[in-house]
Design a protein around this ligand. Structure first.
Ligand code: NAP
Length: 368
C-alpha cells in the first residue's frame, strides 16, 4: 500500500467536531501535507491549539482558504453547507474534490450538480460517527475508526478520482460505502431519523403522563433508557435534517405508525410472537463490525456490583491473563443496585476463558 500522502492540501470549512476530527485524522495518518481550516477566528485559534489544522482563515477569506486545496470538506450545519456549495464550487481549483459531511445527501448533491463545473468533482459524504459533544475542542483523531462513511458522488466523477477519495476515507480508518444520495436518505430516515422521532415522542408522551410527580419516570429502567438515549439530542442539527429530508421522514413515520397499529391489534394474541421472532432474527443479524452497533462476536454477561473500581477489577483480571476485551456495554443500569456488563471478545475461546477467570474471582458470569 502506498503510504505517501494522498493529497497535498486539504481544506476544512467549519472546523467543529466533525471538521476538526477530519483534520486531526488526516494529519495523524499523513493523508495530506497540509490542512487549512476556514472558520471564525476564535475557532481557528482553538483548531490550531489542538492541532486540527496547520493554518486557518476566517470565512471572509474563504477563497484564500481553499486556494490550492485538492480536497475541500464542508463541515458546517447542512443549511450552511448548501450556501457554501454556491461559494466553493466556482472557486475550487481544477481537479479538486469538494465533499461535505452533512447528515442528509439528496439536496446537497442536487445543489452541487446544479452548480457543477467541469474539472471540479463533488463527492457527498456522511461519516456515520459522532458524539453528543460539539466544537473543535471535542475533535478526536480516532472518531472515524471503523465507522461507516457513506459517499454519494455526483454523476460524472471519474473512477480514478473516486477511488483516490475512497482510499482517503479508508486511510482515516473508516469503511467507505458508495451509494446514490436518495438511497442514503431513505436508509438514514429509517435507521436514524425515525428513531430520533420515536425517542422524542416516547419521552414526551411519558413525560406528560408523569403528571409532574415523577412516578412513571422513576421506574424507567434499561429498556426505556436504551430506547430513548437520543431524546437528549439538541434540536439545531435536527432542524436541518428535517428541512432537507422531510418527505422521507414523514413516510417512515407513517410506516411506523401502521406497524404499531398492526402490533396493537395483535396484543393478547399469540400471533404477536411471530413479530417478536422476526424482530429477534433481524436484530441478531445487524452487522456488528462497524460503529453504531457493538462489535461483539462472542459475548459474556457479568453481574457487577455498583461500587468504585468494579470495571477496573474485571478488566484488570482479564488483562492479567492476556485477554483483550473488544467491546463493553453496561446493561440494565439500576442506580445503587449494580448492573450487568456485556463484554465482547474476538474468539469463543477468549470468552470462555473470561468466564473461568471471572467466576474464580466470585463474579456471577455466563456466556451469552
Ligand atoms: P459542530 O461541532 O457544531 O461544528 C460545526 C461547525 O460549523 C462549527 O464549529 C462552526 O464553526 C461552523 N459553522 C458555520 N456556520 C455555522 C452556523 N450557521 N451554525 C453553526 N455552526 C456553523 O457540528 P458537527 O457535529 O461537527 O456537525 C457538522 C456537520 O456534520 C453537520 O452538517 C452534521 O449534520 C454533520 N454530522 C454530524 C454528526 C454528529 O454526530 N455530530 C455525524 C455525522 C455528520 P465556526 O465556529 O467557525 O462558526
Amino acid at each position: 500500500m502506498d503510504e505517501g500522502p494522498f493529497f497535498n492540501r486539504i481544506a476544512v470549512v467549519g472546523v467543529g467536531l466533525i471538521g476538526g476530527s477530519l483534520g486531526l485524522a488526516c494529519k495523524r495518518v499523513k493523508a495530506c501535507r497540509e490542512v487549512v481550516g476556514v472558520s471564525r477566528p476564535q475557532t481557528v485559534e482553538e483548531a490550531l491549539r489542538v492541532g486540527a489544522v496547520d493554518r486557518g482563515v476566517d470565512y471572509a477569506d474563504l477563497a484564500d482558504g481553499i486556494a490550492g486545496a485538492d480536497a475541500v470538506f464542508l463541515c458546517t450545519p447542512i443549511s450552511r453547507i448548501l450556501s457554501l456549495i454556491e461559494e466553493v464550487m466556482p472557486r475550487a481549483g481544477a481537479g479538486a474534490v469538494v465533499s461535505d459531511v452533512g447528515s442528509t445527501k439528496a439536496e446537497v448533491v442536487a445543489k452541487a450538480r446544479a452548480l457543477g463545473r467541469a474539472g471540479v468533482h463533488f463527492i457527498g459524504g456522511h461519516p456515520m460517527a459522532g458524539s453528543e459533544k460539539s466544537g473543535v475542542t471535542a475533535a478526536d483523531p480516532f472518531l472515524f475508526q471503523n465507522a461507516i462513511y457513506v459517499l454519494t458522488p455526483a454523476p460524472g466523477v471519474p473512477d480514478a478520482v473516486q477511488e483516490r477519495f475512497v482510499a482517503l476515507v479508508r486511510r482515516i480508518g473508516a469503511q467507505p460505502v458508495v451509494m446514490p444520495p436518495e438511497v442514503h436518505d431513505r436508509a438514514a430516515a429509517a435507521v436514524s431519523h425515525l428513531p430520533q422521532m420515536i425517542a422524542t415522542a416516547l419521552v414526551g408522551m411519558v413525560g406528560q403522563m408523569d403528571e409532574g410527580d415523577g412516578r412513571f419516570l422513576r421506574l424507567a429502567a434499561g429498556g426505556f433508557r436504551d430506547l430513548t438515549r437520543i431524546a437528549s439530542s439538541p434540536y439545531e442539527m435536527w432542524r436541518d435534517i428535517c428541512a432537507t429530508n422531510g418527505p422521507v421522514i414523514r413516510e417512515m413515520i407513517n410506516r411506523y405508525v401502521q406497524r404499531l397499529i398492526d402490533l396493537r391489534d395483535r396484543v393478547g394474541d399469540d400471533a404477536l410472537g411471530e413479530d417478536f421472532g422476526y424482530a429477534n432474527r433481524v436484530r441478531g443479524g445487524i452487522p456488528k463490525d462497524s460503529k453504531g452497533f457493538l462489535h461483539v462476536l462472542h459475548e459474556i454477561l457479568v453481574v457487577a456490583e455498583d461500587r468504585p473500581g468494579v470495571i477496573a477489577d474485571i478488566a484488570g483480571a482479564l488483562a492479567g491473563e492476556g485477554i483483550n476485551i473488544n467491546d463493553i456495554e453496561v446493561l440494565k443500569v439500576r442506580e445503587g443496585e449494580g448492573g450487568t456488563l456485556r463484554l465482547g471478545f474476538d474468539t469463543r475461546r477468549a470468552a470462555e476463558r473470561a468466564v473461568e477467570i471471572l467466576s474464580r474471582k466470585g463474579y456471577s458470569v455466563r456466556l451469552r
